[in-house]
Design a binder for this molecule. Structure first.
Ligand code: AMP
Ligand code: MG
Length: 348
């Protein structure tokens, strides 16, 4: 009798502890990593028993990519290329593939994206914070040094040539590239679910609490500590470009933002406050959010309707409080309480 009772007790005990560990596995606190790299706050949340192991696999990666791609760090490959006066250099094995990927994106995005805009950004002071409004003649001359097609990169020898006077800046795509890189490793190390947030490029995977979609807040450009809406998604990349992230007010009282039109050399001034892109790839989402910002709403909508390659969706907020939303994410988006934006749906 006593033995039976003991067996029953053991069975119940095991059942309860197993159930508890299943629940706690799903709801367990995530492994959290918060750090600063690429000039922005980054965070990673990982769920599942292999979270710590997975995190070990990417430890130091964003900082490393930063040390290779930084435009200001004199030791970085990009800095060395920008000051090599046309000499060919052998660089880290991330650089040539990143150049090739970026060239393809710039081409597909009709030159609204150009990773050789740096001499122009520099003239406006966006690289140092010594803001100024350059003369038209200066901009015209600097634009001669902007053309992503003239960069040579060999993905086998890792040799790169930047023509004298030209300069690279991966600011528009580096966070997306780094987020892709991290997510691939983290997923392959067996994390159950997680979320990588590299300063505006966010990649969630798996399910929150084992059953729910992730809710990604989209920053209010007028009050970046609040969200004007949320996207409920998983296994997608969400990337936002905002004029509010870096800008200055000129002596003429106008606002000049850090996103520049490669065709004019001027900061974009088309009424857009922010662009959020949802797609499958981090580097594409990052590139697209910057480029659609430059295109303006009308061309962005056309680009969306003609796209057969990137399969992306977007959300564009403008100064008139119009919120343009493409059909693929219409059902995933919820406007926050208190925001009276007029939502305009764009069909494919
Ligand atoms: P993002 O925050 O991803 O939109 O990237 C903006 C950053 O990309 C800027 O701070 C510049 O470093 C760079 N940038 C600005 N305009 C362009 C452009 N049209 N094409 C490529 N890079 C750009
Ligand atoms: Mg970008």
């Amino acid at each position: 009798m006593m033995k039976k009772k003991l067996l029953l007790f053991t069975a119940v005990f095991l059942l309860v502890t197993t159930a508890f560990s299943l629940i706690s596995c799903n709801n367990a606190a995530p492994a959290k990593y918060d750090f600063f790299a690429m000039d922005t706050h980054m965070s990673i949340r990982l769920y599942g028993q292999s979270a710590n192991l997975a995190a070990g696999g990417i430890e130091g990666q964003p900082e490393f990519l930063d040390s290779v791609l930084s435009v200001t760090d004199e030791e970085s490959d990009v800095y060395r290329l920008n000051h090599a006066k046309g000499e060919t250099l052998t660089v880290d094995n991330h650089v040539a593939p990143l150049i090739k990927l970026s060239q393809e994106l710039c081409e597909d995005l009709d030159g609204y994206l150009d990773f050789t805009l740096y001499p122009v950004s520099q003239a406006w002071g966006f690289t140092t914070g010594d803001y100024r409004i350059p003369e038209q003649a200066e901009i015209d001359e600097l634009l001669q040094k902007v053309d992503y097609r003239r960069i040579e990169a060999d993905t086998e020898t890792f040799e790169v040539t930047v023509p004298d006077g030209m300069m690279l800046d991966f600011g528009a795509v580096a966070k997306g590239y780094a987020a892709d890189y991290a997510t691939e490793i983290l997923k392959n190390t067996g994390t159950v679910s997680g979320i990588v947030d590299y300063g505006g490029t966010i990649i969630p995977w798996g399910m929150k609490n084992g059953k729910d979609l992730w809710t990604i807040g989209i920053q209010d450009p007028e009050d970046p500590s609040s969200y004007f809406g949320i996207l409920s998604v998983t296994e997608k990349v969400i990337s936002t470009s905002g004029g509010y992230e870096r800008y200055f007010i000129g002596e003429d009282g106008k606002r000049y933002i850090h996103i520049i039109d490669p065709k004019t050399g001027y900061p974009v001034d088309n009424g857009i406050l922010s662009v959020t892109v949802v797609c499958e790839s981090g580097i594409a989402a990052d590139a697209l959010s910057t480029a659609l910002f430059v295109m303006g709403t009308e061309k962005a909508a056309e680009f969306y309707q003609n796209d057969t390659k990137y399969h992306f969706d977007f959300l564009i907020l403008d100064e008139e409080k119009h919120l343009y939303l493409t059909e693929g994410i219409a059902d995933s988006f919820t406007l926050s309480n208190g925001y009276d934006y007029s939502v305009i749906r764009i069909e494919k």
